[in-house]
Design a binder for this molecule. Structure first.
Ligand SMILES: Nc1nc2c(c(=O)[nH]1)N[C@H]1C(S)=C(S)[C@@H](COP(=O)(O)O)O[C@H]1N2
Ligand SMILES: [Mo]
Length: 261
């Protein structure tokens, strides 16, 4: 035993005091949370809209959250993870046709060329016969549109990765994005290079063993099963490569830039 004076032992609280005290604590906590929630909400509402351009219309913090989740997705994404495929017998005979931005003018396939803007500034003009001479590949997969429909479809063409390999677009493949535009530049998409070089991404010139019809994007369109329909640009005119995001028709209208599946 030491000789220090004993502190006054605290009087235990009565039951009523305990209840009062708990009520006080929970009320304070509730009030505090309400203020925080309201504060958070008005912070979001008052925070500036992101600057219009590549993407538009979302409050900046929302877009930051979206971009964060894009990063998470891209980290999960693997070029070796294949989208489910189906037997040809399962493919739709009547293929849905949806929206034709950038396809108003009549197209003369004999005059058409794919323009590839190289990093060096050089432009490759490539005709359809040159593209058809490359190894042909086919895919039957479930095409999904953000509007809420999907359909098993059968497409054929050349793998984009084979095409890039053939034309020695190595410097271009090392960049972060592929940009595609229709010849009239009215519809355009940007695609991250991992998705562009995915083994199921193809430059398609046939559907159900027939040359593409105008409505489905003749003479050449993108088929990219790891993305929603919006990224599957019909009637390709030009191909660009960049480390910044290329402009994207639907991202400018508020849709997710990545639009992955
Ligand atoms: N040039 C161009 N490509 C486009 C579109 C478009 O409006 N113009 N719409 C996209 C959308 S939203 C979808 S769902 C698919 C539809 O392709 P389909 O008509 O072959 O079904 O094309 C995509 N590619
Ligand atoms: Mo779509």
């Amino acid at each position: 035993m030491n000789n220090l004076p004993k502190k006054n032992p605290k009087q235990p609280l009565t039951v009523e005091q305990q209840i009062k005290r708990r009520n006080f604590i929970s009320f304070t906590a509730f009030a505090g949370l309400s203020v925080a929630a309201y504060g958070g909400w008005s912070w979001l509402k008052k925070s500036p809209k992101e600057t219009p351009g590549i993407t538009g219309k979302a409050q900046a913090p929302f877009r930051r959250a979206l971009n964060q989740s894009e990063l998470a997705f891209r980290n999960f994404f693997s070029r070796n993870h294949l989208v489910k495929t189906y037997p040809k017998s399962g493919a739709a005979k009547k293929v849905r046709e949806n929206s034709h931005v950038g396809m108003k003018e009549k197209i003369d396939v004999s005059l058409w060329n794919l323009s590839v803007m190289k990093r060096s500034g050089q432009v490759l003009l490539i005709g359809l016969d040159d593209i058809k001479a490359l190894p042909r590949t086919e895919i039957v997969f479930d095409f999904k549109c953000v509007e809420g429909w999907d359909q098993v479809q059968y497409w054929a063409g050349v793998k984009l990765i084979d095409f890039m390999d053939h034309y020695r677009l190595n410097d271009e493949a090392a960049m972060a994005y592929l940009g595609l535009e229709t010849p009239d530049e009215k519809y355009y998409v940007g695609i991250d290079m991992d998705s562009a070089l995915h083994p199921q991404t193809i430059l398609a010139y046939e559907m159900n063993d027939m040359p593409l019809t105008d409505g489905h994007g003749a003479p050449l369109r993108l088929i990219i099963p790891v993305k929603y329909g919006i990224k599957n640009l019909k009637r390709i005119g030009t191909m660009t490569f960049s480390n910044e995001r290329p402009r994207d028709y639907w991202a400018e209208r508020g849709y997710d830039y990545y639009s992955g599946l």
